[in-house]
Design a protein around this ligand. Structure first.
Ligand SMILES: Cc1cc2nc3c(=O)[nH]c(=O)nc-3n(C[C@H](O)[C@H](O)[C@H](O)COP(=O)(O)OP(=O)(O)OC[C@H]3O[C@@H](n4cnc5c(N)ncnc54)[C@H](O)[C@@H]3O)c2cc1C
Length: 349
């Protein structure tokens, strides 16, 4: 058994960014996902990340205001604060009784194509819409291209998704009438890196009523607001969560410069002035307040992002002209400027 001040469940974009935000010296850049994870992990103190710690169950003890995290390896951790960054199938969001994410009728195929002699597409980000199909192509560097194809789900997907050659062939068949500069990229892709995704999302209409905090437990990233990838903002929103949560918690805590790592938070109040138990309760109350501020600040932002991506996805997947018209009108009225969501300022740490 071990005991920790703050436990972040999950080591994806959200988990690592939250850990960095709590250390308050982060620098973010626009990078390939794996590069982003590597850079964030490298900037954390070495004792921050524990591998092989699959959370399976949680229990809250109202007397000590602590949460017991049961891990798959049979051990457990007592935590004063739990931040669930455990993605789509989050154990923490289940424990918070959030509604389960819903399945989109769309799915996505993602891949990478390497051009050793250079791809020659420059920095152009290409996005083409077909009949219920969305195809995107964008360069990572002079040699590497990332592409995706969003399309309706089919009964064959369970078989096709497991076999990359079949996945590539079915994708090429689907986009055969698209410009050659797109179909060529798919044809030449690295078969080891072709991936199929069923798309799920937390429905925008579920978000306003969700309680994203129970005691000193909360969620961030996909665990909080998994959304369709149609405007490419899920990961970016996870980074914003980290900044806002880091800021809200930091307003209740100050870093103790004499110690490093996640255990180094020292409370502003002088602990010796109060009974230990009362002090613990007061700390918990302050954390709860900090989390409430974080949830309040994030709710409107994620509601807007989730609604926008839901409407863009609906335009792609629906066959009903009424739904299409309605989605278009709402998008036009409330989300007039395409790309406006990228200009959001979540403030500083
Ligand atoms: C097809 C597609 C395209 C996308 N394109 C973009 C884009 O262009 N731009 C963008 O910003 N976003 C995009 N996204 C969204 C983005 O990938 C996610 O929003 C982002 O990865 C969420 O990060 P996360 O850390 O919250 O979750 P995850 O990346 O899912 O990480 C969760 C972590 O928690 C761990 N974990 C899970 N369960 C447990 C457990 N029980 N115990 C311990 N650990 C656990 C996992 O191993 C993982 O490390 C896209 C998503 C998809 C599906």
């Amino acid at each position: 058994m071990s005991e920790e001040e703050i436990v972040i469940v999950g080591g994806g974009i959200s988990g690592l960014a939250t850990a960095l935000a709590l250390h308050r010296d982060a620098e973010f850049r626009c990078l390939k996902r794996s590069d982003l994870l590597e850079i964030m992990a490298k900037n954390l103190p070495s004792d921050t990340i524990s591998f092989g710690c699959q959370l399976v169950k949680m229990e809250y003890d109202p007397i000590t205001s602590r949460t017991m995290l049961h891990l798959q390896n049979g051990t457990f951790i007592w935590a004063k604060v739990v931040i669930g960054c455990d993605g789509l199938h989050s154990v923490v969001s289940d424990w918070l009784d959030l509604k389960p994410p819903r399945l989109f009728n769309m799915c996505a195929v993602l891949g990478f194509t390497n051009y050793p002699e250079g791809h020659g597409f420059g920095n152009e980000y290409l996005r083409i819409r077909g009949d219920h199909i969305l195809v995107g192509r964008f360069p990572i560097n002079d040699n590497l291209i990332h592409w995706f194809v969003g399309r309706p789900r089919t009964p064959q997907d369970t078989t096709v998704a497991k076999e990359s050659k079949l996945l590539r062939a079915s994708t090429m068949e689907l986009i055969k009438d698209f410009p050659e500069e797109i179909s060529e990229v798919v044809k030449k892709c690295d078969l080891d890196l072709v991936t199929f995704f069923s798309l799920r999302h937390r429905a925008p209409w579920d978000l306003p009523l969700e309680k994203f905090r129970k005691g000193t437990v909360t969620v961030a990233g996909d665990a909080m607001h998994v959304m369709g990838p149609f405007i490419g903002q899920g990961g970016a929103a996870a980074l914003e969560d980290a900044v806002v949560l880091g800021r809200c918690l930091a307003q209740e805590m100050v870093m103790n410069p004499e110690r490093s790592g996640m255990n180094s938070f020292k409370w502003k109040k002088h602990e010796e002035e109060e009974e230990e138990e009362e002090e613990e309760k007061a700390k918990s109350k302050r954390i709860e307040k900090a989390i409430d501020r974080y949830v309040k600040e994030r709710k409107m932002r994620i509601l807007r992002l989730s609604t926008e991506t839901y409407l863009v996805g609906t335009l792609l997947q629906t066959k009903s002209s009424v739904t299409k018209l309605l989605s278009f009108v709402i998008l036009f009225i409330f989300f007039t400027f395409i790309g406006n969501h990228t200009l959001y300022d979540c403030g500083h740490l």
